[in-house]
Design a protein around this ligand. Structure first.
Ligand code: ADE
Ligand code: ZN
Length: 336
């Protein structure tokens, strides 16, 4: 079995995926036509050519513009269904999906329509061979604390649909402390807590996510590697990190795939996972990300299996479900 075949055969979970970031240019065009939304491109190829980013903000500007074609529940359903079909191809058994409600309610789209469309596709996949899924409501950190509280209040009547909350968008200048009270409230509501930190922001943002936001999972975490005491703390607590190799490369968080922190994170005993972040914008889905790091860092089967194991142990799944998935990885390694 080649390395690519092994990556394909590995049962995996994806823990860091923004559903709006899975909007492929072809679907963007189809939805623009369906909803009569003007877009400043004349072909999917032209859209792809515009995906050249020097920093996170360059991407975010285009990502929010792309969302303008998502209006009704059927649009969110089509978007989610397309991602889940791709996830099945990559042998994903479980996905934990972020969505950005404020990117939609801010344009006049009803919160309920967003949730209805996404969950219809998730429920359909759960009935129809998988993957299983959880949904995570992500706050936009460039918006205010009040706006995050208002979004959490809208979520209150749908709490059975979410496993947790996240924090994304522009990192620099929007430190975790801005959302300390919102996260405390979400924790009281028994929601799991995730935050993007250390993607562009300094190690303090990672530390504040631990101390002030009391996160259960750390998204990205690259710059934690600059602080050995922080690395030791993350290793001791076995905090799950969701690394996104192709995203890091395309957003110039790293200059070369060989600079990817995944191997150093594994070496330091961190519970790191590999994820696609916004696959339609960064040139690859989950297996493409596994392949990219495996090639650049010359990862062996044991390391790849550890990444896949971490994706299940870091998922917000019950112990029996996790044990089932780990058992499948063990049988693959045993040649069964
Ligand atoms: N929203 C979607 N993808 C993101 C990323 N990589 N960082 C911050 N916010 C995001
Ligand atoms: Zn992300």
């Amino acid at each position: 079995m080649t390395r690519d075949q092994f990556i394909q055969a590995l049962p995996k979970a994806e823990l860091h995926l923004h559903i709006e970031g899975s909007l492929e240019p072809e679907l963007l065009f189809e939805l623009a036509r369906r909803n009569r939304v003007e877009i400043p491109f004349s072909s999917p190829e032209e859209v792809r050519a515009a995906y050249s980013f020097e920093r996170l903000q360059d991407f975010l500007d285009i990502y929010y513009q792309g969302m303008n074609v998502l209006l009704g529940p059927e649009d969110f359903y089509d978007l989610t269904r397309a991602y889940l079909a791709r996830a099945r191809q990559d042998n994903l058994r479980h996905v934990e999906i972020f969505f950005d409600p404020q990117g939609h309610t801010g344009r006049g789209v009803a919160f309920d329509h967003v949730v209805e469309g996404i969950t219809a596709a998730l429920d359909e996949a759960a009935r129809d061979g998988g993957p299983s899924s959880h949904l995570i409501l992500s706050f936009l950190r460039h918006l205010s604390e009040d706006e995050a509280f208002a979004t959490l209040a809208e979520a209150d009547s749908h709490l059975d649909k979410f496993v947790g909350v996240g924090l994304d968008s522009t990192e620099m200048g929007h430190p975790p402390g801005k959302f300390e009270r919102v996260f405390a409230r979400a924790g009281e509501m028994d929601l799991k807590l995730c935050a993007h930190a250390g993607e562009e922001g300094p190690p303090e943002y990672v530390r504040d996510s631990l101390d002030l936001l009391r996160i259960d999972r750390l998204d990205h975490g690259n710059r934690a590697m600059e602080d050995p005491r922080l690395v030791a703390r993350l290793a001791d607590s076995q905090m799950t990190l969701t690394s996104c190799p192709l995203s890091n490369l395309r957003l110039a968080v790293i200059a070369d795939m060989r600079e990817n922190p995944v191997a150093d994170m594994l070496e330091a005993g961190l519970a790191v996972t590999v994820n696609s972040d916004d696959p339609a914008y960064f040139g690859g889905y989950l297996n493409d990300n596994y392949t990219a790091v495996a090639e650049a860092l010359d990862l062996d089967r044991a390391q790849l299996a550890t990444l896949a194991r971490n994706s299940f142990t870091g998922a917000f799944l019950d112990e029996a479900a996790i044990a089932g998935h780990l058992g499948e990885i063990d049988s693959l390694l045993a040649g069964g």
